[in-house]
Ligand binder design. Structure first.
Ligand SMILES: *Cc1c(COP(=O)(O)O)cnc(C)c1O
Length: 405
């Protein structure tokens, strides 16, 4: 089957068409789910050629699988990378990338606000193999610059961060890190390839938890790393041996979800902006974090490096955890769950979602107050989401008045 080059198409077209054609069989118009674990060869010479990589083909699903490759090809095209490699989860992609490139004695510079699981790798696992990790205050660019300039092998970024939606200047920090010879890695999960393409900003490796926006339907786990052929060869080798490969069923589900990625992300960003503006005006709400708000500390940087501000926002309720316990159960449109990026709106306090691994003190140090609620905006009609929030906030206000009396 002919390989179709979608590199010049626009994003919405890519989400629909990129990477699929060459994997179709029997004239199918949808990518088949190939579950066969092994691939057979009558000709031993051909078998050998495929096995050593001299000829295209498949040997065993831990190495390559056609359905997984179709997903990798779509992502590769969306991020404008030379190669993408899929993993069994976002955390598998993140940990495999770090373990592929880090050696004892290396120094990593990152930020305190990375995803909770990533933070645990930095604080718990990497020190075990004698890798020195420096976690800077995310909002303090000078501190990050100083630590990079002291020398490091790897700079690990995330922007926007979760759940407080902090923004770092990707292009500026990547350039500085390259000048000291460091590899630059970013978790692009929250932005999605629709809103942010870090390879264009000088980053070496872009990681996604495919579980979130890429899939969009909260029914499959997956992860992916994108970058140059040369770097990805190493990531691939780590995966083929360590085995955190994406499952073909998950690849299919995520591929299907990705067809609507641009539509979903645009609707989510539109609603998130309106919801953020609405929440800013509410009596019971102490703070709203969304990079699209002019009041956001790094709104200008966000505007420069993102083409949309995404579907995640968070807000702080006056009255902390007691208020959350009254407010959350009263919402009608939304799952209360530890996930994000789905078609349904999802609400969750940081202490049970992104930062469940952290102690109260650690969350405080990150500026995550106990009244913080993360909202992953779904694709429901904006007006319905706002009126649902309105009725739950009214209920909260009435309850708070009662206890005050
Ligand atoms: C969920 C998430 C991850 C981890 O992905 P899994 O697929 O759950 O392993 C990493 N980074 C960010 C920003 C996430 O939201």
């Amino acid at each position: 089957m002919k390989k179709i080059d979608n590199s010049n198409s626009l994003m919405g077209t890519k989400t629909v068409w990129a990477g699929e054609k060459e994997f179709m069989v029997f004239g199918s118009t949808q990518v088949p789910v190939v579950l066969s674990v092994a691939y057979g060869y009558d000709d031993v010479d051909e078998w050998y050629d495929v096995a050593i990589g001299n000829k295209p083909g498949h040997i065993y699903n831990r190495m390559t699988n056609p359905t997984v490759q179709a997903f990798e090809e779509k992502l590769r095209t969306l991020e404008g990378a030379e190669r993408a490699i899929a993993f069994s989860s976002g955390m598998a992609a993140i940990s495999s990338t770090l373990y592929t490139f880090l050696r004892p004695g290396d120094r990593v510079v990152s930020i305190k606000d990375t995803y909770g699981g990533t933070n645990k790798i930095f604080t718990e696992f990497l020190p075990n193999i004698n890798v020195d990790v420096v976690l800077c205050n995310t909002g303090n660019q000078e501190e990050i610059e100083t630590e990079i300039q002291k020398g490091c092998q790897l700079l690990y970024l995330e922007s926007p961060t979760n759940p407080t939606l902090k923004i770092v200047d990707i292009e500026h920090l990547a350039k500085l890190a390259k000048s000291v010879g460091a590899l630059v890695v970013i978790d692009n999960t929250i932005a999605t390839p629709i809103n942010q393409n870090p390879l264009l900003l000088g980053v070496d490796l872009v990681i996604h938890s495919a579980t979130k926006f890429l899939s969009g339907h909260a029914d499959a786990l997956g992860g992916v790393v994108c970058g140059s052929q040369q770097l990805m060869e190493k990531v691939y080798h780590y995966r083929e041996i360590n085995g955190a490969t994406m499952d073909p069923w998950s690849a299919y589900l995520i591929l299907r979800g990705m067809k609507t990625l641009k539509l979903r992300v645009e609707q989510q960003a539109k609603s998130a902006m309106e919801v953020a503006r609405f929440l800013q005006k509410q009596e019971c709400v102490e703070a709203v974090y969304y990079p699209g708000l002019e009041s956001h500390k790094n709104h200008e940087v966000a505007k420069r490096q993102m083409s949309g501000f995404g579907g995640i926002l968070s807000f702080v309720l006056k009255g902390e955890m007691e208020a959350i316990k009254v407010f959350l159960p009263h919402l009608r449109l939304g799952n209360r769950a530890g996930n994000l990026g789905a078609v349904e709106t999802i609400y969750g306090p940081a202490r049970t979602t992104s930062h469940v691994e952290c102690t109260l003190e650690e969350r405080m140090a990150l500026g995550i107050s106990e009244g913080l609620v993360r909202m992953s905006v779904g694709i429901e009609d904006t007006e319905d989401l706002i009126s649902d929030l309105e009725q739950a906030l009214n209920y909260l206000a009435s309850q708070m008045n009662k206890t005050a009396l």
